[in-house]
Design a protein around this ligand. Structure first.
Ligand code: NAD
Ligand code: ZN
Length: 342
């Protein structure tokens, strides 16, 4: 099944329920370069056979300008031209770097994404943000540029480690909190094992999340308004993710709990919402509690891209399934972190 989605900066073809090998029949070996990471190059070497394949290390730390330079040199060496299509096969790290390289190599070549993590399928491969980190500061250098296609082939998830399933579910739970109460209730009746072993339910879940993110980005690609809602749980997450080297999904889980506490004072969200969210996060093997040093976290938050003056655009919940943007003073965030600690 294919679906064309038109964003302000370009049209993307979403390809669902199609095997990677079938899609690759459309790509000749002369004009295609695959970018992947060292894990996937090993697991899926058969699928990449015959294609020029550039391999990056499998860590968040490799999402930087050194890797961009290495990839660009690799593209030159492979004689990639403006007729080349770059296909990124991997999680968010691979699609973010490859999207960035493809956007700047020879002022931009055609590229497509094949997300291989749940987080990639429901989030990172959608929306056209391509970025790399600069030291501890995440995604400081980047472009907004849509891929030509995104292939959603859930067969890749057969080899995904359990902890990465949990990380992906943090974003799924995020969509439920901000947009979709029905999804929140559905998730409460199942667990990771259910979705892993029920391909129909898994495909539906991924399509539902992809639709929610896509509709938001179509309306506000440059993040002037509604796209900000997708940052629910991400303000605190960005700080603790770097500080404690926590996987993104785990940091988002804790960030969402903190955001519920903040919401309780700002919007009057009932405390039962936080209790229900914590139960749901634990159901998907995500953390809800950790020791945070509020002062250190605030130092990082002061560098956040979303800040303006002494406030930050903070996403609060009015209720489960409905979010709002609130300009929150830094002192309120610090107080929330201190309250979370105690
Ligand atoms: N551009 C965006 O809009 C956006 C949105 C969300 C996240 N991101 C970025 O995405 C990144 C996180 O992405 P991620 O969670 O996919 O992590 P990741 O890319 O680091 O992948 C996680 C791990 O899973 C392994 N892996 C991936 N697919 C596999 C498979 N099919 N089988 C076995 N192992 C597999 C990888 O090798 C890696 O070790 C972060 O850098 C984040 O900033 C970007
Ligand atoms: Zn996220």
């Amino acid at each position: 099944m294919q679906q064309q989605v038109t964003f302000p900066s370009g049209t993307v073809n979403y390809i669902y329920r199609t095997a990677f090998a079938d899609m690759m029949k459309d790509y000749d070996k002369q004009h295609t370069v695959i970018i992947t990471n060292e894990h996937l190059a090993r697991i899926y070497d058969d699928a990449f056979k015959g294609y020029t394949t550039l391999v990056v290390p499998a860590t968040e730390g490799s999402k930087d300008m050194d890797t961009v330079r290495t990839l660009a040199a690799g593209l030159l060496q492979a004689e990639a031209t403006r007729r080349t299509t770059i296909i990124a096969v991997g999680g968010g790290v691979v699609t973010d770097i490859a999207g960035f390289v493809a956007s700047v190599y020879m002022r931009g070549v055609r590229f497509g994404f094949v997300p291989t993590t749940l987080l990639g399928m429901v989030d990172a491969a959608i929306g056209g943000k391509n970025g790399v980190n600069l030291g501890y500061n995440k995604n400081v250098l980047g472009t907004i540029n849509q891929p030509a296609f995104v292939l959603f082939d859930t067969a890749f998830l057969d080899t995904l480690p359990a902890t990465e399933w949990s990380n992906g579910f943090a974003e799924v739970i995020k969509y439920a909190c901000i947009f979709d109460k029905e999804l929140f209730d559905e998730l409460g009746q199942h667990d990771i094992s259910y979705y892993r072993h029920n391909p129909a339910a898994l495909n539906e879940l991924i399509e539902r999340c992809a639709r929610l993110k896509t509709a938001t980005v179509v309306e506000d690609e440059k993040e002037a308004g509604v796209r900000k809602l997708l940052n629910f749980g991400h303000t605190a997450a960005h700080a603790i993710e770097n500080l404690y080297e926590l996987p993104h999904g785990k940091a988002v889980a804790i960030g969402m709990v903190i955001a519920c506490m903040v919401s309780e004072t700002i919007t009057g969200l009932g405390a039962d919402a936080r209790t229900r969210l914590m139960a749901l996060l634990q159901r998907y093997n995500l953390p809800v509690k950790m020791n945070i040093d509020p002062r250190k976290a605030m130092e990082i938050l002061r560098m956040d891209k979303k800040r303006h003056d002494d406030k930050i655009d903070y996403i609060v919940l009015e209720r489960i399934g409905k979010a709002a943007i609130h300009a929150l003073p830094f002192t309120d965030i610090e107080n929330a972190l201190i309250a979370y600690e105690s």
